[in-house]
Design a protein around this ligand. Sequence first.
Ligand code: NAD
Length: 338
Amino acid sequence: SSAGKSFRATLFPGHGIGPEISAAVVEILEASKVPITWEEHIISVDNVKPGQDIVSREALDSVLKNGYALKGPMATPIGKGYRSLNLTLRKELGLYANVRPCKSIPGVNTAYQDVDVVTVRENTEGEYSGLEHEVAPGVVESLKVITKSASLKVAEYAFAYARANKRKMVTAVHKASVMKMSDGLFLSCAQQVAKNYPDIHYEEMLIDNAASYLVSNPGRMDVMVMPNLYGDIVSDLCAGLIGGLGLTPSGNMGKGCMMAEAVHGTAPDIQGMDMANPTALLMSALMMLRSMDLHDTADKIAKATYSVLKEAKYTTKDIGGNSSCSDYTKAIIDRIDI
Ligand code: NAD
């Protein structure tokens, strides 16, 4: 346990609704007396010339030193020669796995009540290698890169996550029937890792089959691990099963660090209007607390949040309520049982 320990974490408030929802989350965490000192870094394109990196070396070093970061959504200026902010963070921090737990929230009405699935997505290669070229007019090739090292790493993470979070099963999702070599290698790496986790049931499922199962019987699935593109799609599908991106947390695992972030964007349409839903970022922050071993505090905050959501009296517009971000935040704080 982490009783008596204290932590430093880097805070990127981000853009658009980012500062509002980050402030709400920090307020909730502080009210719960979490032993975290925040190191805030504002990432902004002001004073940065196109072609230069927008994320400063200091900001990256802060995450690498602290080992933990909480990140609000960020917008990269389009068409001005800037490298995507999210891509820079992913590359520089070596964020090799993206983890998205999706669990049904009582009181949030969706077509499903029993969803409790976790997507573990390989985050560095696959179809997103960025290697595309035109081989002849009208013919392009895009390279999908699968390596043994990245596949072993993400599989190891998925099984360790399953064990640490008392999950029963890991499913490797693939299309090795067609992509025999690339997805075949991914599968053989997952099989190799599975041997070290006899306590976790291991199975394999074709991506098309998994898509069908997820919408017909999501309760059947548990932890899923998969290459980049499949993970991108399946994790959003799972977010939809529990009520959308405004509720879905995400954690990125890197070299000696974890960065928690919401999966939604900067929502410029409601920026500055005190209307944003901070739940996704809050749930992401709870993933960070859990990786600090602060499970009791995370449980208390989750309980208070679920109770406010279930009562549906102080919820935000995006999920059918009528409250402001600050009233929702206050309702959660009032209900935290310290
Ligand atoms: P978006 O997620 O910002 O918004 C889509 C819709 O969902 C909007 O109507 C918005 O109001 C609503 N919404 C999103 N989050 C909400 C929340 N927490 N509470 C209430 N409503 C919420 O997607 P977009 O409009 O496609 O993108 C806007 C910007 O965000 C773009 O610049 C994009 O590049 C960036 N973006 C960043 C990230 C990230 O940093 N991880 C992810 C996606 C998009």
